[in-house]
Write a protein that binds this ligand. Sequence first.
Ligand code: PLP
Length: 228
Amino acid sequence: MNTLTQNIQAINQSVQAAQEQANNQEAVKVVAVTKTVEADTMRQLFDLGIHRFGENRDQVLLAKQEALADINDQIEWHFIGRLQSRKVKSIINQIDYLHSLDRLSLAKEIQKRADQPVKCFLQVNVSGEASKAGFAPEEVVSAIEALAPYDKVQIVGLMTMAPYEASESDLHRYFADLKQLQETVSQLKLPYAPCQDLSMGMSRDYPIAIVEGATYVRIGTAFFQGLE
Ligand SMILES: *Cc1c(COP(=O)(O)O)cnc(C)c1O
């Protein structure tokens, strides 16, 4: 069995185990973050059953879509990186999910450029780290309310990145905090913000995120470790 296949199996097993612990009915969706690999590795992933890809740079995303044009309509594309307003136009109609809605000016630009409503996660800076993008937890409700005029922005959920050096108990707390915020927003029952999903958890912390209610995890390194 090759390394990629082994990595996929190991990830599937940990996702499964964490999901059972979480008592989560619906399957957690794994986004393979492919920002560090070339299109040929993505094609191998695709052939092994992975059809959800996450990228964080507009030009790279477009180049990979071109390289995978023959299977592109079977791929779900997730944009997970900081998106500059002037780049919105180039990718907004080429992606299925935006995980990084981190400011209202970005929503305004999406409104201008999107042909159809875009499924977005509102990015929340749960830890307050200065280097991280996103809304502070206490800003989330007013930010969601301020999105009302933008019918091209649909808030499917909240997203966060935990600090690199966080302890296990801090991780539990950050992810639980985001879950609580997600429930608060969904209870507002705003038609443009169903907010049922939680995009949280990366290679080093996804089992904890799933236990705390993640519905999407964004996994890069764990897929590709040990590959030449
Ligand atoms: C790179 C990246 C990931 C994946 O990180 P790994 O540690 O490689 O799993 C997830 N989310 C975002 C926003 C990223 O930039």
